[in-house]
Ligand binder design. Structure first.
Ligand SMILES: C[S@@+](CC[C@H](N)C(=O)[O-])C[C@H]1O[C@@H](n2cnc3c(N)ncnc32)[C@H](O)[C@@H]1O
Length: 415
């Protein structure tokens, strides 16, 4: 690792490639009088480091990103308030990027009829640029990627061209500050937050940094609180004292001590827009999403042009899409058509498992997922589902073994 890479790793925790760091430094050198990289690093000041960090962070976010997390959190907040109407529910989103995540949480709570005085959202990001954008509350087209844009009509005003400003009522629910998760001062905030969103940050960390970050989050979260991670980050939490929350596609976790075996959630009804809510319980996917995964918008990244999908893949993609829409029969038909051509398709059996879970035929679901991992022993999603099922059946040892196996696969896929 170059000195510049390790300096940035120390400042942010981010595991950055040499080319990204070199490019950022070259950019900053053009604005300073440094003749070369060594000189630039020697002249480093805190302000310059902040400017450099700004160039290496990935501030990618949008409203209602992986929206089930917000619905799960809203249900949790509602339950908290039902148990004690006088309490203030505290929510943390870190990193908040340009504010899309905390404002979404405020919109979902507002739409669910939760009184504004009963919760507060703290939002932090390491990047001053992100913090400034979040405070401005002004967003362009890129922030609105969900299919249902009803929330934009309810909570934004159009301020010309493609720009929208979030309403004052939503803004006042969110306190935005600059902050580094790894340097978070815990003295006054141990067990402070009922809900934490920490999504799409740990994927940029190496193993020791991930562990340190999870330790911070563990300290910040109330013992009976809930934390929402990015879809590829759940296994890391499961390796460090957390258990998955059984709410489809929310990617939530709870502290292990607080976890109680529950029945696997087949469909947990969201508080808000049902039409847009995926209805099949899909677990967190591995770092490299399966080619048939159709529900997740991809982060922009440089890649080779995609080859035209084969008809077999199309059948499975269609089966997934129909499953997401809750059209069990049609989806099952596509799986069977696919299996007629490819009798050893692990993915088809995986989807059949999901469909049977959806219709509460858990034994059949289990059989399909077992067939899936027989054909493809490293099928991460099937292993996660089998682990949840084992947990629901009070088979703690079986669940732990399956989780450990999924975590190993996850790790391998990351490497
Ligand atoms: C991909 S965005 C995720 C935003 C949002 N949570 C989401 O999922 O849409 C990653 C953000 O992490 C921030 N970040 C990077 N390192 C950080 C750190 N150590 N502490 C806090 N924020 C950090 C970046 O500035 C960037 O805005």
């Amino acid at each position: 690792m170059t000195p510049a890479q390790s300096m940035l790793r120390k400042a942010t925790g981010l595991n950055l490639s040499k080319s990204i760091v070199d490019r950022a430094i070259k950019n900053r050198m053009e604005r300073t009088d440094a003749a070369n990289q060594d000189q630039y690093l020697e002249q480093m000041t805190p302000a310059e480091l902040t400017a450099l960090v700004e160039l290496v962070v990935v501030p990618e976010s949008w409203f209602y990103r992986d929206q089930q997390a917000f619905h799960a959190a809203a249900e949790f907040v509602r339950a908290r308030l039902a148990a004690d109407g006088n309490r203030l529910v505290r929510i943390l989103t870190i990193p908040c990027a340009g504010g899309e995540e905390p404002y979404t949480m405020a919109m979902v709570l507002s739409d669910a009829g939760i009184a504004s005085g009963s919760y507060i959202i703290d939002a932090f990001d390491i990047s001053p640029g992100c913090v400034e954008r979040a405070k401005s509350g002004i967003y362009g087209r890129n922030a609105f990627r969900s299919q249902d844009l009803g929330f934009r009509d309810r909570h934004f005003s159009h301020i010309g061209d493609d720009d929208y400003r979030v309403s004052e009522a939503i803004r006042k629910q969110v306190r935005i500050k600059q902050g580094n998760l790894l340097e978070f001062d815990l003295s006054a905030r141990t067990g402070y937050y009922d809900v934490i969103f920490c999504r799409n940050l740990l994927i940029y960390f190496d193993k020791p940094t991930t562990k340190a970050a999870i330790a911070k989050l563990e300290a910040l979260l109330a013992n009976d609180g809930q934390l929402f991670a990015g879809y590829a980050e759940v296994p890391s939490f499961c390796q460090h004292g957390f258990s998955p929350l059984q709410y489809p596609q929310a990617f939530g976790v709870v502290k292990e001590a607080a976890a109680t075996p529950r029945k696997p959630a087949v469909v947990a009804a969201p508080l808000r827009p049902k039409a847009t809510a995926p209805r099949v319980a899909l677990p967190p996917a591995p770092a490299a999403p399966p080619t048939t995964h159709v529900t997740r918008p991809a982060e922009p990244r440089a890649s080779a042009p995609a080859a035209a999908p084969s008809p077999a893949v199309n059948l499975l993609a269609e089966a997934r899409r129909l499953a997401d829409l809750g059209d069990v029969k049609a989806s099952e038909g596509k799986c069977r058509d696919h299996l007629a051509q490819h009798p050893e398709s692990a993915e088809a059996y995986f989807i059949l498992g999901l469909l049977n879970e959806l219709t509460n035929k858990l034994k059949l679901a289990e059989d399909y997922w077992k067939r899936c991992i027989y054909l493809q022993p490293d099928h991460y999603e099937a292993l996660c589902h089998l682990a949840l099922l084992a947990e629901a059946n009070n088979d703690a040892a079986g669940a732990a073994a399956l989780k450990a196996r999924a975590a190993r696969i996850y790790k391998r896929q990351q490497a």
